[in-house]
Design a protein around this ligand. Sequence first.
Ligand code: COA
Ligand code: AMP
Length: 625
Amino acid sequence: MGAYADTYRRSLDDPEGFWLEAAQAIDWVREPARALDASDAPLYRWFPDGELNTAYNALDRHVERGRADQPALIWDSPVTGSQRTYTYAELRDEVARFAGVLTSLGVTRGDRVIIYLPMVPEAAIAMLGCARIGAVHSVVFGGFAPKELAARVEDAKPKVIVAASCGIEPTRVVEYKPIIDEALAATEHQPDRVVVLQRDAARAELRERDADWAELMAAASPVDPVPVAATDPLYILYTSGTTGKPKGVVRDTGGHAVALAWSMGAVYDIAPGDVWWTASDVGWVVGHSYIVYAPLLIGATTVLYEGKPVGTPDAGAFWRVIAEHRVKALFTAPTALRAVKRVDPEAKEIAHYDLSEFGTLFMAGERLDPETYHWAHDSLDVPVIDHWWQTETGWPIAANPRGLEPMPVKPGSATLPVPGWDVRILGQDGEDLPAGKEGAIAIRLPLPPGALPTLWGDDARYVEAYLSRYEGHYLTGDSGYRDEDGYLFVMGRTDDVINVAGHRLSTGSMEAVLAAHPAVAECAVIGVHDELKGQLPRGFVVLKAGADIPEDQLRQELVAAVRADIGPVAAFRDVSVVEALPKTRSGKILRKTMRGIADGRDEPVPSTIEDPTVLTALRTILRPE
Ligand code: COA
Ligand code: AMP
């Protein structure tokens, strides 16, 4: 057997031995004697008797072992015209001091801290500062509106919020403080303090509860890492579910450290000392895992980039960063490359930069369409590696294991299941489907270390949402198939989650906003194909009888409402007024049929449809040709 097949088999046949061995790459305060605790199945725990500290593993141990002067983090911010490099010693000191700030504010092990910071080094410092004292961070993406922030505050109940005065988008400065104030005006739960990092682009006015990051840092004393249980939560990351209420994905401490450290070598072929760049945002799982934790856990150098792929200042922004920092591998979303391709279709900019150190381009977050794959591959002349995973899983489920055994690339496929993940394609009745047949992608339990053990404070929702559809399996929410060689092709979500520019969003929460408008009787939001962003949300509303509002005005109000309630990141701009929505006789809206029409697929029309003529009217809107 090859290295991949051998490792994969061993990970499933002997998970205990496999993961205890992988755990050797982590420094434990108390070494785990056991890997898997199945005593509360289907809720599994990894390394139940282990104790460690993630920040110690990400920083101190590298300083102690000769990496003190190696760059740990390079901040490159074209939007502010700044760059800053932190060595491992410097980053450790900043993190220890920020941990001191949190301690001085009364934050202790198990307390939650919401982090609402843009792509600045302080985001990583705040995350690792929490980890250092065993506090549980929850990072909120800057593109969300106050209501979304409020929902997270209410669920996580943070003792402290750490924020910046603003984020910087190419077209505008986004002031964070008014967003926080608005969110906290609506929540029952109130944090004790809001720590604000003042940025020159827009300084915030501080009130009684607020404290200035720089002042607190100047007064703080560094604190040592606190040992925590491997099963302690490291963070909560909220993600869109089928309903409007976001799901608080919990990440544990020990399993996460072991899995991420293992993935850097086996999947990404990155070694200590290599320069690695993930162009995403710390607000997403990709940012948590592969901007902050994984590269630092292994002693690599991570690039933290504040800017867009294009226009800051030019179409060569990505290539400039790769050349300037001698990046060995880049991980980004296909939508980012499509944005580059749109302004520089012949990739002429690449010739201006020395990319000789650059070896691999990793892509995830959404389907990598073959056209983007070929463009990237032909332009860069390096392997372009698609891989598939989710917020819940924390690290790749299917990938081309570059460090273990590079596999031939098949455009459109995320390649093979990663060791640890027992991937199945299931039919309606839970039967394993043969090669070539599309079905629900599920993973046989137990999930490997690093995957979510539960949802924050809600074991029942975890079981209900993920483990109840197929007994003994985790439901990914994606459908797909495997080919004769076992390659996995992920085709898309089977639920109401959509993926807009690599951002995961819930159409259910957009529908809730539309439905709240006084003129709207009923509505549906579906994701439709978009050349640049992969998908875009598209709304349909039916007016209440007697509603007296011009259509243009209604459309504007609905677009503004989604932006105000969910945030600009929803990119909701398109809503049509229709006479009726296609429904079954029992009143269920046929969203799948609508999606099929929009994407040009001729989905079979369910025999239970109430009124087939409604579809004819929809077709003229969705496919006007
Ligand atoms: N804070 C505030 N607003 C934000 C924001 C943030 N962090 N991120 C995006 N927005 C806003 C944008 O300014 C835009 O606002 P507008 O409607 O006023 O123009 C809106 O949200 C939509 O943004 P987006 O869809 O992201 O488009 P964009 O043109 O700003 O950027 C990409 C396009 C491709 C560069 C960007 O979407 C991207 O990098 N996506 C990859 C996401 C990712 O990394 N996913 C994880 C998997 S790797
Ligand atoms: P998120 O939780 O934001 O990482 O989004 C996860 C979802 O994005 C998955 O369930 C998929 O629907 C989609 N996704 C992520 N990576 C890929 C990929 N490589 N190919 C296809 N879909 C992907």
